[in-house]
Ligand binder design. Sequence first.
Ligand SMILES: NC(=O)c1ccc[n+]([C@@H]2O[C@H](COP(=O)([O-])OP(=O)(O)OC[C@H]3O[C@@H](n4cnc5c(N)ncnc54)[C@H](OP(=O)(O)O)[C@@H]3O)[C@@H](O)[C@H]2O)c1
Length: 283
Amino acid sequence: MTRTAFVIGHPIAHSRSPLIHGYWLKRYGIDGAYKSIDVAPEALAAFSADLRAGAYVGGNVTVPLKRDVLSLCDEVDDAARAIGAVNTLVMKDNRLFGSNTDWSGFLANLDGKAPGWDGAPGPVMVLGAGGAARAVITGLARRSFSPIRILNRTPKRAEALADELGADLTAKIEGHAIENFERFAPETGLVVNTSTIGMHGTRFDNLALALLPDTALVTDIVYVPLMTPLLADAAARGLKIVDGLGMLLHQAVPGFAAWFGIRPEVTEELRALVERDMGLLPP
Ligand SMILES: NC(=O)c1ccc[n+]([C@@H]2O[C@H](COP(=O)([O-])OP(=O)(O)OC[C@H]3O[C@@H](n4cnc5c(N)ncnc54)[C@H](OP(=O)(O)O)[C@@H]3O)[C@@H](O)[C@H]2O)c1
């Protein structure tokens, strides 16, 4: 029987997951399918019944369902529990397993594009305190970065997130207002933007990139546009940069492996396919 996986969310039309998994299914010659399904929060229980009835081997979960599916799972891995969100579901032996692969996708992107980036894990600044920050901080803590400083427009949100994640993770986690960038910059080797700033070409006001060490790495998980103003400014300052598209590609790997039995490769060909879909390369 053809194994079928899915991505659910609401709306779902913009998801690039079908493109990524479709590429791998073809590349590895697998008799499988990957479907995009619009599921509104109120329809999640009915969808879960289909899933348990054996219609799918599992799938991805995106906005706004990542938190809601937690309570539907029979088992949830440690990272998903810490992050408070599930983005990958696997049906096995009539049980539903939930995991979160955003944190490992974030790490794998840097491993691929900036080998050795975690060689001397020291102070790091994470800009933003939303859902994506939770995954990034979980990844950074697993690679022993400390202190992890969350800088946010709303400092109370950064402080609350630092308290919450700090209770579980071994890293020292602090929450601050974004205005503290200047204060911490000289001792920071890594800056990660997890806020929505950068989308639609928006930029941070007066971020003192000049004060970062010359060896600092700046990465942005916003990938539309690929070259965010933050990355462009960091590159102009002579710093190493890594864009966020690889995180999207790498977070898809564990799910595909669990559903279809082959651990797929993130290739330049796949990246080009997605860039072409984003209109960044000629058709
Ligand atoms: N590359 C990938 O695979 C990947 C994966 C996940 C997410 N992402 C991207 O990550 C970004 C964040 O997603 P999310 O789910 O974490 O969003 P979210 O939960 O809505 O959090 C948004 C964050 O951005 C900040 N922010 C929003 N508008 C701002 C402004 N005008 N000035 C300063 N800060 C502002 C918010 O600050 P306040 O707390 O002050 O409101 C908050 O910290 C999105 O662009 C998403 O596409 C990429």
